[in-house]
Design a protein around this ligand. Structure first.
Ligand SMILES: Cc1cc2nc3c(=O)[nH]c(=O)nc-3n(C[C@H](O)[C@H](O)[C@H](O)COP(=O)(O)OP(=O)(O)OC[C@H]3O[C@@H](n4cnc5c(N)ncnc54)[C@H](O)[C@@H]3O)c2cc1C
Length: 356
């Protein structure tokens, strides 16, 4: 630690970080993976207990391995066990728990600091996901609400809400899934800012690729990334049919204010509520990169593939278009290539300098 200059430091040991580490290792590049969590599994270890492998949209296999196949198991058990095996089988150099506080530039090198420990590296692969940055928008009167307000990161299961009216906010996959669980045990009321886009049966892999390309284009321009689901559309699965029959997926426009006993709708009516579930998504966990000033004037980090345009030593994986297990997987390979390209360039400029 501290002394030797590493070829790379990977921050985060979710799907994206493990894939990057696998490809760095294949290329024989020295690196460590620093992970804030106490155990393997990335964000999957924190998913709510009722999320089963049947509920997830498919967890892609990590490079050079088979995908987890336990259909009946809990996602927060099956996927962490899979990551754990993978880390050990491939001897990936993961250190935990280590939460990186900041990354700074020191001449040609980068310094990664976590508390009083530092690592010096030529390049960085950031793979910190979004789970640690749940996003809840501000609405007037939120602080006056007498009931409970929570984000899905703290979802305790449907039973917790029995007998209480729950307003579910948000038009993403989490909102759809949680409404599916809540509606059979309690009264729900769904609000979204925009009309939800339902995916039709003729959704093909080609549509999926086009959707990812849309997010890719945003990131190339330096805009804040949209979620991939926001462009692929929503789908109701078998396990959500009971909720559908109960009318859970009748969408209402966003309320204008929160009041002690409910939410005030744009037409002036008060919808009573004892709980508000803010299924309003996440933001990339990139605060520790602030000293590198990577953000564009549009608020996002401009990427060329996975390379940060403002500092080509830095790769971002699991960010924007690669924020899915399959995208994270591919991004890990691309990032390792980006790291190698940077190191080659550096080696070349050093040899030119020494022969001059
Ligand atoms: C509820 C839910 C369900 C989903 N279901 C699916 C699905 O079925 N299929 C699919 O493809 N995608 C799904 N996704 C998206 C998918 O989970 C993610 O895109 C992918 O797993 C993220 O992998 P990641 O490696 O980018 O991040 P994560 O798994 O979040 O890993 C990030 C890691 O970085 C660490 N970290 C964060 N900050 C720091 C720091 N400062 N210092 C050190 N370490 C840090 C964390 O401890 C964590 O281990 C889902 C997302 C959600 C929220």
């Amino acid at each position: 630690m501290g002394d030797a200059v590493l070829d790379s430091v990977v921050i985060g040991a979710g799907q994206a970080g493990l894939s990057a580490s696998y490809h760095l290792r294949r290329r024989g590049l020295s690196h460590v993976v620093l992970d804030a969590d106490g155990a393997p599994g990335g964000a999957w270890q924190h998913r709510w207990d009722s999320l089963s492998m049947r509920d997830v949209h498919g967890v892609a296999a990590l490079p050079d391995s088979e995908p987890p196949a336990d259909e009946a198991g809990r996602a927060n058990v099956v996927v962490p066990a899979y990551f754990d095996r993978y880390e050990r089988e491939h001897g990936l150099p993961v250190l935990r728990p280590i939460r990186v506080d900041e990354v700074t530039s020191a001449g040609d090198l980068l310094v990664v600091r976590a508390g009083d420990r530092t690592w010096t590296t030529r390049t960085l692969v950031n793979a910190t996901g979004t789970w640690s940055h749940p996003f809840v928008p501000r609405y007037p009167g939120m602080e006056t609400f007498r009931g409970e307000q929570l984000h899905p990161v703290a979802y305790p299961g449907a039973e917790h809400f029995r007998g209480r009216r729950v307003v579910v906010v948000g038009g993403g996959a989490s909102a759809v899934q949680l409404l599916g669980e809540l509606a059979p045990v309690t009264d729900t009321f769904w609000v979204t800012r925009r009309e939800p886009v339902w995916r039709t049966d003729d959704f093909t892999p080609d549509h999926g690729r086009q959707a990812v390309a849309l997010v890719e284009e945003r990131v190339r321009r330096g805009l804040a990334p949209a979620s991939v689901v926001s462009v692929t559309g929503l789908v109701l699965r078998e396990q959500e049919r009971a909720a559908e029959r109960l009318g859970a997926y009748v969408r209402h426009p966003m309320f204008v204010a929160v009041e002690p006993d409910g939410v005030r709708m744009p037409d002036g009516t008060l919808e009573s509520a004892q709980a508000i579930l803010w299924a309003t998504g996440f933001r990339p966990a990139v605060g520790h990169l602030a000293p590198l000033a990577l953000r564009s004037e549009y608020g996002g980090i401009r990427l060329d593939g996975t390379t940060a345009v403002a500092d080509r030593r830095v790769q971002l994986v699991g960010y924007g278009p690669s924020a899915s297990t399959i995208g994270a997987n591919r991004a890990g390979r691309v990032a390792a290539r980006g790291v190698a390209a940077w190191l080659d360039r550096e080696a070349q400029s050093e040899s030119i300098a020494s022969s001059a």
